[in-house]
Ligand binder design. Structure first.
Ligand code: NAD
Length: 519
């Protein structure tokens, strides 16, 4: 049934919402269970990053449309929060199956708008799907606590209850996974949800919304608006919105954290990164070099967990030429082309920024061992391609080290000892992810204990936690105190009510008012 609906309403081939008869399709809003045309006069072009052709247009929703979306969430909250937890669980059980059945279609839409390879796009869907599968365990995850007999005839118990309307503001780099970190966790707890996808990759969210509706989610439980700053400000300011999940850059994340918090909302803000891979000389060389290259250049380096910085310790410094050879073997191509390893960057502006950061390294005295700036991709001459690039002799003060590059660029530093490497990692402002490559347990243990980073891998280059854990982050990579998904995600999207009750026999009735604090 979903396929039939999708075929008539959404192009499965491209993942776009195709209702318009104009040559460039337009993206709908999803308000109160309906996919509707925006009445806005302001539209943004969406480009295929491999060609830079305009493939769709996304509206900047009007104030009236955004208000209608929140009002819909507010109305739906009354019934959805009272819907039995077993009924909510059933919606998510159907939802996970629909996502599974349509993974390839979702992946196509991701590659078309975001640029990553099809295989990687399927991984994007799969990692989001895991969160939906985890949400299906809500009947255990939302259990409260009880403590009987805290005094005579008196028991205390807690409920975990939804907050109300919650909102998510998503980035461009994981069009499926990150929206799926957000609204399923919020909704399964009994909240209703307003999602603002990245204006650069909105189609995947629209497909996910359609599937959610087809899974039986009542109208108004999930609403989707599109836009940029005005939509973000609207979310930060609207009184009915109780919590905001944000993932994206520091510039936006710190702003949203501050503005949302000032308005009394819970905010969790996952932001930028500079992830270090520390290579010890005792590491398994073959494995380490392959892992490093995959994690630095996969998704064209546009992952918040990309290993964008290598620290070669001691004798591992001599591995550099082999690292370069492996990086050279990666194939740069449009994401839908067979054998593509590295797709395009999201925009020409992003490519220009990445290229200027590479240039800054050269100007500050680093060496460019592999330069992907002039890469040519046959048939895709207008795409935003940058080939794998390796910059060595980098020092911590250089701009290519202090700034998040977010492209297929690996900067390489050197250290004499493990302690020196730990000092560098902890001296960097970001604390998102890191990995150590070693065959020595004591080295691994020291590293995992001493680094101040949210996600640590030991011989695991991209240690994104499975959803029974939580995705964390420290220092400049995170604002807030409750993380995404896992137990912490449930805590973020619920509040606790504590009930203390006393049922006693009649002969124990108080004979006079109790005016002192009970002890
Ligand atoms: P971005 O900050 O440009 O956009 C994210 C969202 O914020 C979008 O919906 C956008 O419309 C909105 N936005 C953008 N600029 C804004 C501003 N000035 N004020 C208010 N709202 C604004 O991020 P992006 O380029 O889409 O994503 C890449 C960034 O996301 C990278 O820095 C990456 O490290 C980070 N990221 C972090 C994680 C994590 O879990 N830590 C995961 C994925 C991506």
């Amino acid at each position: 049934a979903l396929r039939t609906v999708l075929k008539t309403k959404i192009s499965l081939k491209t993942g776009r919402m195709c209702y318009s008869s104009s040559s460039v399709p337009t993206i709908k809003l999803f308000i109160d269970g309906k996919f509707i045309d925006s009445k806005t006069s302001e539209w943004l072009d969406i480009h295929n990053p491999a060609t830079n052709e305009v493939i769709a247009r996304v509206p900047k929703a009007t104030q009236e449309e955004m208000v209608a979306a929140v009002d819909s969430c507010s109305r739906a909250f009354h019934t959805w929060s009272e819907t039995s937890i077993l009924a909510r669980q059933q919606v998510f059980l159907r939802y996970q199956q629909l996502i599974k059945d349509n993974t390839k279609e979702l992946a196509k839409s991701i590659t078309y708008e975001q640029g990553k390879t099809l295989a990687d796009a399927e991984g994007d869907v799969f990692r989001g799907l895991q969160v939906v599968e985890h949400a299906c365990s809500i009947t255990s995850l939302m259990l409260g606590e009880t403590l009987p007999s805290i005094t005579k005839d008196m028991d205390t118990f807690t409920y975990r209850l939804p907050l109300g309307v919650c909102a998510g503001i998503a980035p461009f780099n994981f069009p499926a996974m990150i929206p799926l970190w957000m609204f399923p966790m919020g909704l399964v707890c009994g909240n209703t949800y307003l999602l603002k996808p990245s204006e650069r990759v909105p189609s995947c969210s629209m497909l996910l919304a359609k599937m959610f509706q087809d899974a039986g989610a009542p109208d108004g439980t999930l609403n989707i608006i599109h836009g940029q700053h005005d939509a973000v400000n609207f979310i930060c300011d609207h009184l009915a919105i109780k919590a905001i999940s944000f993932v994206g850059s520091n510039q936006a994340g710190e702003y949203i954290y501050e503005r949302g918090s000032k308005n009394g909302k819970r905010v969790q803000s996952n932001m930028g990164a500079k992830n270090h891979g520390v290579v010890m000389p005792d590491a398994n060389k073959e494995n380490t070099l392959n892992q490093l290259v995959g994690a630095a250049f996969g998704a064209a380096g546009q992952r918040c967990m990309a290993l964008s910085t290598a620290i070669l310790v001691g004798e591992a410094r001599s591995w550099l030429p082999e690292l370069v050879e492996r990086a050279k073997s990666l194939r740069v191509n449009a994401g839908d082309q067979p054998g593509a390893d590295v797709g395009p960057l999201i925009s020409p502006q992003s490519k220009a920024r990445v290229c200027s950061l590479i240039q800054s390294g050269l100007e500050e005295g680093a060496d460019i061992l592999l330069d992907g700036r002039d890469v040519k991709v046959n048939g895709y001459e207008n795409g935003n391609f940058v080939g794998p690039t390796i910059i060595s002799n980098v020092t911590p003060k250089m701009k290519c080290y202090t700034e998040e590059i977010f492209g297929p660029v690996l900067v390489v530093l050197e250290a004499e000892t493990l302690d020196d490497a730990i000092g560098m990692v902890n001296g960097n402002p970001y604390g998102n992810g890191t990995a150590i490559f070693t065959t020595n347990g004591a080295t691994a243990r020291k590293y995992t204990h001493d680094v101040d980073v949210g996600q640590v891998g030991v011989n695991v280059p991209i240690p994104v936690p499975l959803p029974m854990f939580s995705f964390t982050g420290s220092r400049g990579s995170f604002r807030g105190d409750m993380n995404f998904y896992g137990k912490q995600g449930i805590h973020f999207y619920t509040q606790i009510k504590t009930v203390t009750s006393q049922w006693k026999a009649e002969d124990a009735t108080l004979k006079s008012p109790a005016v002192t604090m009970p002890t």
